[in-house]
Structures are given as C-alpha cells and as structure tokens.
Design a protein around this ligand. Structure first.
Ligand code: URA
Length: 443
C-alpha cells in the first residue's frame, strides 16, 4: 500500500524520490485521496530541499499524465506542432503575432493561453476584446483553425494537467510558489498536455518579471530547458528584458491593435519586433523548419512582408468566430475608451527607469487586468504610445496615453504611472534586450 507520508518524510530528509513514489503521489493528488495538508507538506519539502533533474522530469510527466493529453497526430498535419510560453509581463503582445508567424513558416501552433492575473496581461483577455472570438471552440472549429490557419490561440478546454490545479492552489497559500522545480513542473506539465513537439520559452527578467532577479530568471530558464528536454521536448529558452513594457501599448484591445499594425506592416516597434522574431526563430530552428537562426529570421521577415502572417491571423480570428475583416477594419471592432489623457514628463532628461510591475498594476486599476480570478476585464482601457527607456524627453512632453472609462480612473492611473517613471539627467546604460539564449547544449 502506498503511504504519501513516506514520500513526504523522504523529501523532508533530503532523500531522492523514485519515479514510482512521485507517480503514486500525483495519482493521489488527482483522485483526491491525498489531502491538502499532504500536498502542502510535500511542496514545502521540495521548496526547501529541491528536486534532482530526474525527479523533476518524473514530476512533470506524472502531472502531465494526470488528465487529458491533446492529440494532433490524427490530423496528419504537414508540419511540426510548435508553441511558446512566456513567464508573463507588461505589453507582452508576442503570442498574437508568433502563432501566425509560425503558421506562415510551415508550423502548427495550437496555443493554450491563459487569462491575466496580477500585473501581467493574458493573451486570452486580449483576444476576448475581438467581438465574437471564441477561445473555447468546438472540436470541429479547433481542428479547422489548426488545419487552415495553422494557429489557434485558445483557452484551456478539457482537463489538462488537473494535478497542477490542486498543487498550485496549495502552493499559493503556503508560500511555496517560488520554487524553481515546482514552477518548472507546473509550466511544462500543462504545455506537454497540449500535445506539442517543440517549445520556446520566453523567461522575462527585470522590474516587470515574475522572477525577482536576473539570476533566478536564468535558473528557471535552465531548469525548464533541462527538464523539458528530459521529458522529450525539443526546446530552448530566451531571457528577455522586462524592465519596460515590451510593446508601446499595454492593455487588451490596444495590444490587439498593436499586433494588427505589426502584422499588416503599419508599425514595427523595434523591441517587440526583435523579441518576436528571435522567439519564432528559435521555434523554427528547433523544429527543423529552418536550417539556422539566420535562415529562420529571413523566412519570418518574408512572411511578414508578404502579408502571409497577417492572413493567418485573420483566418484564425474568423474561424474562431470573430469578424472576417479584422485586419481591414480593426477600429470598427475594437472597443475604444471614452477618456484619453496623457502622462506628461515632469522635467527634462532621459527616461532612466520604469517600475514595470507598477505600470502593469496601473492597467489593472483602469480595469484592464485583474487581481482576483473572478474579476471582469474592460477590453477598452490601457496605455498606448509608451516612451522607451533611454529616450530623451522635455518637460511637458507626453510619456504615454492613458485610455480610461472615466476621468477619475484616469487620475488614479496617472498617479501610479508618475510614481513608476523616472527621469534623470544622464542617459542610462542600455540593457540588452535578450541577455541570454539557453539551449540544451548550454546546460
Ligand atoms: N506559472 C505557472 O503556470 N506555474 C507556476 O508555478 C508559476 C507560474
């Protein structure tokens, strides 16, 4: 008979768990025969004593196997299943362009994305600002979108990695979220249950990142690459800068507009472009759709220039219930906030720092994000025309535009943003946009 307390005791005493013990524990988590107290005790023991790479792989696979695993083989798709996961940030619009770009280059991207929580935005909330777009499609719609558009950005349907839900809920209330092996297993088990062949990880680093220091961001990236490859995935990770909003817009409809402008060639914000292309290039390389990173970049830029990536986005939106002319008439569909006020520079100088987390929280305060999972999102509100770090500004110049439902909301956000933007006399040293690339060979 399996005794969960023996597994807890072993980890408490810094012993190594076997695959059998880990599988049995996760089975008990899934069928509710293991209590919250036992889950919490094991997660605390793991938080304190860690897991070896093998233990992490066993935990990831057991959590993946706790529910449904999406299957794509029966569709006989003429290309690999590729996906990307980001640890989340502010103005992180990448997924909206990356799925269509993968598709335009021969990949297939069924992307299970999440809703925003806290200061970070969620891809699902952004797409929900397109009227009619159904992130919970029928099987037929999903199959058609993946086959025809090559990408379907959807919410979690079915029962993917249910063990993670119970474990995460226990971690959330027992101060054990910040454990690299537990974060690794949580992210990878859900991604693996999506049935993908290749994964690119975008691990954010900086003042708007989930991990509090660059060293911990790198440790998480290394752990995910190591455990993911141990679990049979082809993957690599990029550390990307989150010391400022990645896109010049942060919110929901405003980020969809930004993605449409990018895909249709109306605007190419340089940092957003570079991060998007580099993440896509990693995916094309890992999946064999490009012979090297340069070849991948050429293919991606060509699919942007030809309009093929934009066409894939439009097809996905239409198949999943949205309008057929979203590219031609985005303003007809994307909600606009009634109040727009600028945030003005309080003095001359250079933008030297953003407290990016607080910028994200200003979007939440406007109603564009949520602090509790039951909060409803206002698609129209957010920020646009956001200045960049290092930019020279003069007193009174606009630093960004606030889009709000009322003057009162705008004033609250304005105060938060003013406190989160720093202007100094000296130009700050530019930080690398992609400080590190981590592949299996780099471990
Ligand atoms: N995101 C996840 O999906 N899981 C974690 O544990 C942390 C971040």
């Amino acid at each position: 008979m399996y005794l969960p307390q023996e597994t807890i005791r072993k980890k408490r005493d810094k012993e190594v768990l076997t695959q059998d013990e880990i599988q049995s524990f996760i089975r008990g988590v899934t069928d509710n025969s293991i209590s919250e107290a036992q889950i919490s005790a094991l997660t605390m023991a793991i938080f304190l004593n860690g897991l070896s790479k093998e233990e992490s792989v066993y935990l990831t696979l057991a959590m993946r196997d706790s529910g449904d695993i999406m299957q794509w083989k029966h569709l006989d798709l003429p290309g690999p299943i590729i996906d990307k996961h980001s640890t989340g940030g502010v103005g992180d619009t990448v997924s909206l362009m990356l799925g269509p770009l993968f598709a335009a280059c021969g990949g297939f991207n069924p992307m299970i994305s999440g809703r925003g929580l806290g200061h970070t935005g969620g891809t699902l909330d952004k797409l929900a600002s397109i009227p009619g777009y159904n992130p919970f499609p029928t099987n037929e719609q999903l199959t058609e979108a993946v086959k025809i558009a090559g990408t379907a950005i959807i919410g979690q349907t079915g029962n993917l990695a249910p063990a993670d839900k119970r474990i995460y809920a226990a971690r959330d209330v027992t101060a054990t979220v910040e454990s690299i092996p537990l974060i690794t297993a949580s992210i990878l088990s859900k991604k693996l249950a999506g049935g993908l062949d290749y994964l690119v990880m975008d691990v954010k680093t900086g003042s708007g990142a989930f991990m509090p220091t660059p060293a911990l961001s790198e440790e998480l990236a290394r752990s995910i690459v190591s455990v993911g490859s141990g679990a049979g995935l082809g993957l690599s990770a990029l550390l990307t800068d989150m010391n400022q909003s990645l896109a010049p817009a942060a919110g929901n409809a405003v980020e969809v507009q930004c993605a449409i402008d990018y895909l249709t060639g109306k605007a190419k914000p340089s940092r957003l472009h570079e991060v998007t292309i580099e993440l896509c290039a990693e995916g094309l390389l890992a999946s064999g759709l490009a012979k090297d990173l340069d070849d991948a970049r050429k293919k991606l830029n060509a699919s942007l220039d030809s309009g093929l990536a934009a066409e894939k986005f439009a097809k996905m939106v239409h198949i999943l219930g949205g309008p057929s002319d979203i590219l031609e008439n985005p303003k007809k569909y994307l909600a606009q906030a009634p109040v727009k006020i600028p945030v003005k520079a309080e003095k001359n100088g250079y933008i030297s720092r953003f407290d990016t987390r607080d910028i994200g929280l200003a979007v939440v305060a406007l109603g564009g994000g949520r602090l509790r999972s039951d909060q409803v999102i206002d698609p129209a509100v957010g920020l646009t025309d956001i200045v960049e770090l290092g930019q020279e500004v003069v007193q009174g110049e606009d630093l960004m535009m606030i889009h709000a439902q009322s003057e009162k909301d705008a004033e609250i956000a304005l105060k938060m943003i003013q406190k989160a933007c720093y202007i100094h006399d000296e130009k700050p040293i530019a930080l690398p946009l992609i400080p590190k690339r981590i592949s299996v060979q780099d471990l």
